[in-house]
Design a protein around this ligand. Sequence first.
Ligand SMILES: Cc1cc2nc3c(=O)[nH]c(=O)nc-3n(C[C@H](O)[C@H](O)[C@H](O)COP(=O)(O)OP(=O)(O)OC[C@H]3O[C@@H](n4cnc5c(N)ncnc54)[C@H](O)[C@@H]3O)c2cc1C
Length: 624
Amino acid sequence: MKISDNLEKQAALDLAEDSREEEWKFESFVGELFKGNFRWDLVHPYRVQAESDKTIGDKVCSELELVLKEHLDPDAVDKNEEVPKSALDALKKHGYFGMKIPKEYGGMGLSVVNYTRAMALVGSYCGSTAVWLSAHQSIGVPQPLKMFGTKSQKEKYFPQLAKGAVSAFALTEPDVGSDPAKMTTTATPVDDGENYLINGDKLYITNGPAADLLIVMAMTPSIMVAGKERKQITAFIVPTDDPGFEVIHKCSFMGIRGIENGWLRFTNVKVSKTDIIGDIGKGLKVALATLNTGRLTIPAISTASGKACMVMVKHWANERVQWGNKIGEHQAVQIKLAKMAADTFAMESISELTAVWADNENADIRLEAAMAKYFGSEVSCAIADETLQIRGGRGFETADSLRARGESPFPVERMVRDLRINRIIEGTSEIMQLFIAREAMDVHIKFIMGILSPKKGASLLGAFWKAIKFYSFWYPKQWIRLPKLYNVSALSRENRCHLTYISKTSKKLARSLFHTMGKYQTKLEKEQMILAKFVDIGTDLFAMSASLAHAEYLLSQDNADKNIQNVVNLFCTQARHRIKSNFKLVSKKDRKLIKSVSEWLVDGDISARTQGIVQPEIVNQKNG
Ligand SMILES: Cc1cc2nc3c(=O)[nH]c(=O)nc-3n(C[C@H](O)[C@H](O)[C@H](O)COP(=O)(O)OP(=O)(O)OC[C@H]3O[C@@H](n4cnc5c(N)ncnc54)[C@H](O)[C@@H]3O)c2cc1C
């Protein structure tokens, strides 16, 4: 690796470190799991939406369903690559572009739970429309304005947004995707710092070509900290009516084809310093904090898609007869059906629980939201793909074609295409794994960094002593079974057994993470294959816990559907199999093989292995 590559990598890591929230003001269920501390009391009794809030959500959702059905044909949206203006106008008129905006500014003032319920409903009907609303409200101007805006910013922008001004969030650039340290869009102070001139390009900006207001991330002048240059990314609210704003290209995609997304250019676009959101240099912090709740839309939509798939496969498994049996009676199909039901229940449990926590100001959900997004986006794609398989040829056929032949117009192929983007936007799955791993290791990193690079004025001896004091209690605790601090007597024997497994396994996870950190020390961040396995284990343990608490709640209700116990048992059993195999990790031999084969593919001569095809057209772009 060249020195310049190392410097670039270090700059990316420094910026990521600088942008994360350092403190944990509140307990995190998942954070505790990674420390070997299974806090059943944080998930059980299962937190449900307050009745008064539910009444509001029920009304919003039933009205929204009517608006959607009256104004939108999701198959036409897909075919025409456009959400009709009349549908957008109807959604604006009924206030659905202001769901998150506080009532005093003309918005609906919905709770996070009700907002995600509404988005799930839209997502189950039309993926493109869900993205229009979500890019505007989950990551666009309303959410960061609510969290970080000044009173005068709120008074200026909320009323126009509540009336239907469309917004977007602009971070990505042609050379900047997962690595914002390479950002080239600049905001240069002029007029004695009263204003800034924004220059640069932003790519893939959803709603960008149609937006009235943008959140733009741009580099403001660097500052020097302890003799080192520190890059400053700052978030600005930018109106798009400036003549220096241009839409260079509108992008088209395999799915969510009705969205407006494009490549935007800013040439000396003047913005006032009063339009900075948060502080100068804190743009990525604003983005990350926004995403903590913003990310909850994807798991809600993923859950809704899982539910829609369940309805479609239920119908087809009963109706379709092949080889003398309904296809739902063939074991090869049953495996898929059962997994679909169990995984959808787990997605719903994680997604609901995290949204309820998000409404509680005394919760830190950064890990739970990231896991919900990671789990939901991966699992829903797999479910949609299996639904396509169960539908056979009809799964591959468009809804319009099915309708024209007089069959149920299940839009499975569109769902497969629409859902796929969720593994890429708002943090790719690979970046989610890195994010979760970093936060999971935080407790250990703090001790290690205290020793390896003590803060100015801090004593090394003090840092050692602190670490010894912590680990001499913490480490033995990871080997012994302590009496349970929570009451499990009311639980069924099966669920008690699942809880014991989670408790034991979270200690094993904590120990393994600690041992691996000891082995690789500061080089661990490079061991992505191992970190990904730890993250997957933690995610399964979270999903098991949330599902069990959810099942316990449902089973305690009058007229409970007792099948839920089987559903949760299946999820827990299958999660245990995955956890077992993940603990085996990728063996060292495997990891070496993966590295050498991938290096051969990237750096070696593969021409002999890629003959006999029409070669894809390659445009050589400048590299970084
Ligand atoms: C339909 C659509 C809508 C979008 N909407 C918006 C929007 O509204 N606003 C906005 O700002 N952006 C938006 N984006 C951009 C999106 O957020 C990025 O595409 C995403 O962050 C990934 O960046 P990239 O495409 O440059 O991929 P890259 O960052 O180049 O990544 C390519 C691959 O490498 C992996 N990778 C990269 N770095 C690492 C690493 N350190 N370790 C391990 N793996 C790594 C990635 O996971 C991925 O698999 C949108 C994109 C699309 C396609």
